[in-house]
Design a protein around this ligand. Structure first.
Ligand code: 1GP
Length: 236
């Protein structure tokens, strides 16, 4: 089970790292070399998803990954069409920073009949989008406004609401390819005052930025664009 392992890692202060693969951006011909790099990386999880996945290669991608790599594969879907029964778990996201009912409950309700046909472990995740310099895909597609990067108190309050609602994880998101990462002060404030594990992602491009996020209290860091742009990113 994926979630108990995340909780156990948090209890043991073992930091986790997810590589995010966007099926739309993966060239299946270069998958073998990509998988070699993932195997040699410090990744503990593979996340699969994107804001707009238009291809039907998700199943194929996950099956290929599973043949070569033993890491847990977790869906990080932009909408219910991105659910694959081949994965191990799914982040069942609620966009807590926004006020768009589609991303608070509509997509979740629509996902249930699909999820009920799978064995996927469903992990309730409060997803909080933080302002990061310019408009990101999540903001554009969800048509919501991110939370201010200068108000960590309100982000904490939002995360605490998620914890009270029953979310099992909080995901602080700057957005894929973000200019600015989630502020460290904000990660510190949130992780210090909630019990559940905190995921941090968006715009993290250096080993130092990963370490800084961990030091601030992130339990799991997500790397997407940096690895997409350079498959040697983890040769540090
Ligand atoms: C996006 O948090 C993830 O949802 C990863 O962002 O692509 O900027 O690494 P990057």
């Amino acid at each position: 089970m994926v979630y108990p392992q995340i909780v156990a890692a948090k209890e043991n202060n073992q930091k986790l790292l997810a590589i995010l693969l966007d099926p739309d951006k993966i060239n299946m011909d270069s998958l073998p070399s990509l998988m070699e790099k993932i195997k040699k990386s410090p990744a503990t999880h593979i996340f699969v998803g994107g804001s707009i996945v238009e291809t039907d290669i998700i199943d194929e991608l996950i099956l290929s990954l599973k043949q070569q790599i033993e890491l847990p594969i977790v869906l990080f879907p932009g909408n219910p069409s991105q659910i694959s029964e081949k994965a191990d778990a799914i982040l069942f996201l609620t966009l807590l920073s926004g006020r768009n009912p589609d991303y608070l409950i509509e997509h979740q309700v629509n996902a249930v009949p699909i999820l009920k046909k799978t064995q996927l472990e469903v992990i309730s995740t409060g997803y909080i989008l933080i302002e990061s310099g310019k408009q990101t895909a999540v903001e554009r597609i969800s048509q919501t406004t991110p939370l201010s990067r200068n108000n960590p108190g309100y982000t904490l309050q939002t995360a605490q609401a998620g914890e009270y609602i029953g979310n099992k994880l909080i995901y602080l998101e700057a957005g894929s390819g973000a200019q600015q990462t989630v502020p460290l002060e904000m990660i510190e404030k949130v992780s210090g005052q909630i019990e559940i594990p905190v995921i941090v992602g968006g715009g993290i491009r250096t080993k130092k930025a990963i370490d800084d996020a961990y030091a601030a209290g992130a339990d799991l860091v997500v790397i997407g664009t940096a690895f997409e742009n350079d498959i040697n990113f983890f040769n540090y």
